[in-house]
Write a new protein. Structure first.
Length: 192
């Protein structure tokens, strides 16, 4: 079986050669992860821009398909790099310096099988605290954490996507995890 990375590169080359279904297959494979990444990076204060930035990222990918070099990065790393840059450009245009914590729609992030009303309330509150803690991370740490935890990118792919060394990506992930542990320190005992 061929690795997904080489298939991605083949699909991108096929798109560049004029095969419209090749790009559709790439899009279908990574669309959801890309949109979720953009939305999480934006946070609730800017979530209305997620659709536009998502489209801009995919348009950039389509237009610059010939520039993709599978020797330099995997397709997911390249895609998330483009998506990350679109979000950062949006923040620069909006002159956003500090991103606020999110509390909206956090209740949807934790699933319960058959909760009691009290468990449901506690679960929503915990989900809100987790989302708020992630949203409170510095932007580079948040981007690294979301790429690792939500999108499943490796540290090498995160380093490629963010344009830093693997050790820097590893440090950002470590700092993000430490900040989340500290922010949620009381949660483990409160919900045990």
């Amino acid at each position: 079986m061929e690795p997904a990375g080489s298939k991605d590169a083949e699909l991108l080359r096929a798109h560049g050669a004029g095969d419209p279904s090749a790009f559709a297959r790439l899009y279908d494979r990574y669309d959801r992860q890309c949109f979720h990444f953009i939305r999480r990076l934006l946070g609730p204060a800017h979530s209305d821009a997620a659709e536009d930035l998502h489209q801009e990222a995919w348009i950039s990918i389509a237009r610059s398909a010939a520039a993709f070099d599978p020797q330099k990065a995997t397709f997911p790393a390249w895609l998330f790099s483009v998506a990350r840059n679109k979000v950062f450009d949006h923040f620069r245009r909006q002159k956003v310096a500090v991103l606020a914590s999110a509390r909206e729609d956090a209740a949807l992030t934790v699933a319960d099988l058959a909760p009691t009303p009290l468990q449901e309330v506690q679960s929503r509150e915990l989900a809100q605290r987790i989302v708020a803690a992630v949203d409170a991370l510095p932007l580079e740490q948040r981007a690294t954490f979301v790429m690792f935890a939500d999108a499943g990118l490796s540290l090498d792919e995160i380093a490629q996507a963010t344009g830093v060394g693997v050790e820097t990506a590893k440090s950002r992930l470590r700092y993000a995890r430490a900040a989340l542990r500290q922010a949620l320190a009381g949660e483990r005992t409160a919900h045990a």
